[in-house]
Write a protein that binds this ligand. Sequence first.
Ligand SMILES: [Zn+2]
Ligand SMILES: [Zn+2]
Length: 258
Amino acid sequence: MKEKLYTMEVMEALEQDDECPCCHLERKIEQDTISFVLGASYMEDDIRAATDQAGFCRHHTKMMFDYGNSLGNAWILKTRMEYVRKQFSAQSRGRMTAPSSKGRSSFLFKRRKPGAGAGTEEKGENWMRASEHTCYVCQRFEETYGRILKTFLHLLRTEPEFLSKLLESKGFCLPHFGDLYEACERELSPQEAEKILPALHQLMEQNLNRIQADIDWFIDKFDYRNQDADWRTSKDAVQRTMQKLVGTYPADPVFKQK
Ligand SMILES: [Zn+2]
Ligand SMILES: [Zn+2]
């Protein structure tokens, strides 16, 4: 089966005049996923089995609380807690020994060693630490985001107008540019890379310079000699510079259920 491409979504994101089309898409996927999880889907058995197992990272737990729907949150938490308790008891069984038995008592909290063996014993011992790194929303996001990067690559290779359109945009934030660049290096042929990569570099350099000018003028505006001068494009320079450097929208209001 052919993998789904997100051509319409990518084109729509490029039309937003945003500091980064991937940030725009990321926000949309993340909000859609939170709405999905706390929408009717939390009463569906297969979704709940998945959220019971994966749980949620700290960032998405906070997003779910802020979103509202406390009953929906409560149902998700109830069965996640049941799952965690079951795992906890299974791992604890037979290990309720005194601390004197060679530090065994702290097995649940042991930090994972990088590249630790995959034996059941090892896996079991690190279950609690491992479960800190799984999140239902992050997992769904990563699947979609991977396909979005593929869509960018597909369009860059096959549609010459797409590159021209991209070159008229404001570029990307640094982390998303890094993702796209890595994907390009991995997938493009040497001929394609020769054409596309220098253009992407130039796009980023131009737009980093533009943001620098914005944040510089934002500071200069605080000089009393400039108090009557025009803000130019600097009024929201702080949040846009933050976005350019690390991604996402620091000035966004909390995402809430409508
Ligand atoms: Zn971004
Ligand atoms: Zn997450």
